[in-house]
Design a protein around this ligand. Structure first.
Ligand SMILES: Nc1ncnc2c1ncn2[C@@H]1O[C@H](COP(=O)(O)OP(=O)(O)O)[C@@H](O)[C@H]1O
Ligand SMILES: [Mg+2]
Length: 381
């Protein structure tokens, strides 16, 4: 009984959803509001006796919206909490705080039938297609299983065969007969990732969460896989979360870009603006240390233009810095950056930054620690 009830609540009932998000034309499919995830750290006997509770603050107060027909990039260096956000959105584990909504209705991690029902709408693709495909099974096995789980295998062998061919065609692996009976090791990295994408598409989802989908692939084939995802987005009106540590690819591929640092979202806006006119000092640092394909350096040397700005380390997430988590690395840090967590400040054109540089309120001037002229790019400038 309780199992049944939890299933009812875990997946939103069908029917039109209330549109609580003005300005997005009801195109928001999946959204997170104020979501946090803390992983408890196993404690030693002394800590236990002292009553100390320690946790990895992997994700704190993250809000985002994924819209149909749109790619949202989530960018940040390794360990910043990107995969945790994807797993939370995929309902692989419950959030410590906050709410995740599908079609405007709250969802929470369920199991069994409830989880499968959620997966029909929201699919996750991983970084390493070798690890996500079982080496002892063929492409046919993987795709048939996915179609059956989601009730899309049709009735009879002919319909199944048609569905399999359609899936492979969708990811541009044609003719299907050449790939259906292949084992993962017989395929290239790019082909394996295409099979993983086809398996996700077997559910006919509306949301695709792609966790670093091309970072394990050869540089030469990354573009092909990103173009495939873009094609799927356009033809199927998918909402895609594209997770990457490569901010340059976000500019190329994503409509909107969100930047994460040490478990918190620090900047967001349309990709062109965020990558061309970054507002947050961390985004600027990310861009400064990103390889720029337009910059020719001959033999691939570093060009000798000073020290690598990313050389300093991100902070511990067990006891993250107070105030803005970036302040220990920030060249523009002010007094209150060490004490108070900056809220989102809205800039022009939908861009925002969680950075005290953009506080134009009365208290900011009263605090007397406004940035030196020329360092910030305030909303008024
Ligand atoms: N299951 C877990 N248990 C404990 N800590 C975790 C777990 N998953 C992730 N973390 C920690 O959370 C932080 C964020 O990890 P992750 O989301 O994988 O970052 P990213 O994908 O940006 O590299 C890291 O410090 C990581 O060690
Ligand atoms: Mg990751």
């Amino acid at each position: 009984m309780s199992e049944e009830r939890s299933e009812e609540h875990a997946v939103p009932p069908p029917g039109p959803a209330p549109d609580s998000t003005p300005g997005t034309d009801g195109r928001v499919v999946l959204e997170a509001e104020g979501v946090s995830k803390h992983f408890p750290v196993r404690r030693g006997a002394r800590a236990l006796l002292g009553g100390e509770r320690r946790a990895v603050h992997a994700v704190d107060d993250v809000s985002l919206r994924l819209c149909r027909g749109s790619v949202t990039a989530l960018v940040g260096e390794s360990g910043s909490g990107k995969s945790t956000v994807a797993r939370l959105l995929a309902q692989l584990y419950p959030a410590t705080a906050g709410e995740i909504r599908l079609d405007g209705r709250p969802v929470r991690a369920g199991r069994g039938r409830a989880f499968r029902a959620y997966c029909r709408h929201v699919q996750l693709i991983f970084q390493d297609p070798f690890a996500s495909l079982n080496p002892v099974h063929t492409v046919r096995y993987h795709l048939t299983r996915a179609l059956r789980i989601h009730g899309r295998a049709g009735s009879g062998a002919a319909e199944l065969e048609k569905a399999l061919a359609a899936l492979l065609e969708r990811v541009q692996l044609t003719p299907a007969s050449r790939y259906l009976d292949a084992f993962p090791h017989e395929l290239s990295g790019g082909q394996r990732q295409r099979v993983a994408i086809a398996r996700a598409m077997a559910a006919d989802p509306r949301v695709l969460l792609a966790d670093e989908p091309v970072s394990m692939l050869d540089v030469s084939i990354r573009l092909g896989v990103l173009n495939l995802l873009r094609d799927l987005k356009e033809r199927l009106d998918l909402a895609i979360l594209y997770i990457t540590h490569d901010i340059a690819s976000a500019r190329y591929f994503a409509d909107e870009t969100l930047v994460m640092y040490a478990g918190r979202m620090v900047e967001g806006g349309d990709s062109e603006t965020v990558t061309q006119r970054p507002a947050h000092p961390y985004t600027r640092l990310l861009l400064a240390s990103a390889p720029d394909p337009d910059r020719v350096t001959g033999d691939g040397g570093d060009g000798g233009e000073g020290a690598d700005p990313s050389a300093s380390e991100p902070p511990s997430l067990i006891s993250p810095p107070a105030g803005c988590r970036f302040h220990p690395r920030c060249p523009l840090a002010m007094e209150r950056c060490r004490e108070r967590t900056p809220p989102r400040f809205e800039l022009d054109g939908g861009q925002w930054a969680a950075c005290w540089l953009y506080d134009t309120s009365e208290d900011a001037s009263a605090a007397g620690d406004a940035p030196a002229a020329g360092t910030g790019r305030g909303a008024a400038s």
